[in-house]
Write a protein that binds this ligand. Sequence first.
Ligand code: OAD
Length: 255
Amino acid sequence: MTGFDLRILRDARHVLVFTGAGVSARSGIPTFRDALGGLWSRYDPASLATADAFRQDPALVWGWYQWRRAQVLAARPNPAHLAIAELARRVPRLTLVTQNVDDLHERAGSQEVIHLHGSLHAPRCFACARAYAGSDAEPARVEEGERIEPPRCLRCNGRIRPGVVWFGEALPERPWREALAAARACDLLLVVGTSGLVMPAAQLPQVARQNGAKVVHVNLDAEPADGATTFTLAGDAAEILPRLLLQMADDQAGP
Ligand code: OAD
C-alpha cells in the first residue's frame, strides 16, 4: 500500500465509493473486460446489450439476462461488499455508487445504493416502461445460452425487458444526478474494481478530482498513481478493503 496514508481515510468527511464488476468478482460474478472469463471476451455486446438486439431476438437477450440473474441469485456478497457496508458505519458520510446490476451491495447491508446501470432485478415493459412483478420473470435454473421468451406486460402486452442500461441508452436521470452531486461534494473517492472505460460513469473520478477530492483506486490491475492526490492499492478488493478496515480500527485504538 505504498504512498497511501491511512489518515486520508480516517480524516475523510464524505467518502464516495464507486464500484464496478471487480467488486463482485470474488462472489463468482464474471466481470466484463477481464481477458480470462470477462463477459465481453466471450459475448458480443452488440447482439446482447442493445435495444436493437432485443428487438431482433428477444428470447436470446432475455434468456442471457435471466442466466446472469440466476447467477446473482445463487451468489453471496463477498468481503469487499461487506467491508464497504461496514465502512459506511465508520465515516461521517458515505455515498455508494455502483455500475453493477447485481444486488450484492444491498445484501451485504449497504443502504441507498445508487445504481447507474440499472438492476437485473427490476424488469420492465419494453413498450410502456411499467415495472413487471410477475413471478415468471424470476429465473429458476437457467442454462448458459438458453433462449427464453420474455413475459408480456399486464397492461399493454409489450415484451418485458431487463431493467438494465443498454449501450446507446441514457443513464437513469436521478441516480446520475445524485452520483455527480456526490462526486462534487466528497473529499475522498474510492474507485473499486472498475476499468473506468464506460462513459459517462467513468467521468466521476475526474469530477471528484476537479473538486478537490483525493482518489484511491482499488484494483487487481491498478496503475501507479502520483501519490499526492491519487493513490492505488493494487490487489483483490475482497482482501484490500477488509484490511483497510482493520488498519483503521488499529489506528483509532492507537497508543
Ligand atoms: P470491467 O470488466 O470493465 O472491469 C472490471 C475491473 O475490475 C478491471 O479493471 C479489473 O482489473 C478489476 N478487477 C477484477 N477482479 C477484481 C478484484 N477481485 N478486485 C479488484 N479489482 C478487480 O467492469 P466495469 O468497469 O464494471 O455496463 O464495467 C463497466 C460497465 O461496462 C458495466 O457496468 C457494464 C459493462 O458494459 C453495462 O452493462 C451498461
